[in-house]
Design a binder for this molecule. Structure first.
Ligand code: CP
Ligand code: NVA
Length: 297
């Protein structure tokens, strides 16, 4: 049966560990030998595009990156027919979309794996790289606490699920109106852990091992920028907030960062920051996932 990847919990806990093990394998099986992977982007990307393209190359395949206007996604022809067309030539499809349902529609139309490269709902490839980075830092993750400070967005959702699946404590500090809804909380709980939800960044960070943030205004929300700057004004991660972490605590950010907004430049560049290993791990995690989805070993 074709496996797709829309959210981290499309994998079982064991499968997640398998993907992470494949990610660390320096000699992966060339599961894309002689095959292409179509990478469709409705939004800009630096890390996802480059890490996916290079992961495909490392697996013996050929990446073809496509902007939606080039294929007329849902304008020139329905997304399902675009997906069916791409599946004629490619062993897998990746898509970065505004509406999550568009990825599901594409996946339902084809029998090659479809990978979510970020939607308004989730960013599971990012979460795989995040867990890999934490494993490299701490080894066993059980009982470690991750404090996410900022918008309860796509990155936060996938990270919270990934933390639950690896028995980590997940805390989230966001202003009222920018927190997880009940459906989000239920999905995290379904993965075995109760998240801590607070409006206090200090409370979330106290004694945590990881503090994590993302932009306050995600792609597609640009019209809300002014109101979000006001709402999140007390949620900047600075040197004083970092003091609340455990002594071996680290700072993470999916990037792109907006220094002076969700975090200060000195925190991004400071000794506890792991943003560049995290970015590099995007490629290793993507490769591990593709090996899994394409049935490699
Ligand atoms: N973190 C991340 O997904 O970065 P890009 O938007 O540059 O791909
Ligand atoms: N939440 C951000 C993540 C970017 C990688 C966005 O969706 O724009």
């Amino acid at each position: 049966m074709t496996r797709h990847f829309f959210e981290v919990d499309d994998l079982s806990r064991d499968e997640l560990q398998q993907v992470l093990a494949y990610a660390a394998d320096p000699y992966p099986s060339k599961v894309l030998d002689g095959l292409g992977m179509a990478l469709l982007f409705e939004k800009p990307s630096a890390r996802t595009r480059n890490s996916m393209e290079m992961a495909v190359v490392q697996l013996g395949g050929h990446p073809v990156t496509i902007r939606p206007d080039e294929v007329g996604l849902d304008t020139r022809e329905p997304a399902e027919d675009v997906a069916r067309t791409l599946a004629c030539y490619h062993g897998a499809i990746g898509a970065r979309v505004f509406e999550h349902s568009k990825i599901e529609r594409m996946a339902a139309a084809v029998d090659v794996p479809v990978v979510n490269m970020l939607s308004d709902e989730s960013h599971p490839l990012q979460a795989l790289a995040d867990i890999l980075t934490m494993q490299q830092e701490f080894g066993d993750l059980g009982g470690k606490a991750v404090a996410y400070v900022g918008d309860a967005n796509n990155v936060a959702r996938s990270l919270a699920i990934a933390c639950a699946m690896t028995d980590m404590e997940f805390r989230i500090a966001s202003p009222a109106g920018y927190q997880f809804n009940d459906r989000d909380l239920d999905r995290i709980r379904a993965n075995g852990r109760e998240p801590m939800v607070t409006e206090s960044a200090t409370e979330a960070v106290a004694g945590a091992h990881v503090v994590y943030t993302d932009v306050w205004t995600s792609m597609g929300q640009e019209e809300e920028t002014r109101q979000r700057l006001d709402a999140f004004a007390e949620f900047t991660i600075d040197a004083a907030l970092m003091e609340g972490l455990e002594s071996d605590g680290i700072f993470m950010h999916c990037l792109p960062a907006h220094p002076g907004e969700e975090c200060t430049r000195d925190v991004l560049d400071g000794p506890q920051s792991r943003i560049w290993p995290q970015a590099q791990n995007r490629m290793h995690a993507a490769r591990g996932l593709l090996v899994f989805l394409l049935g490699g070993a």
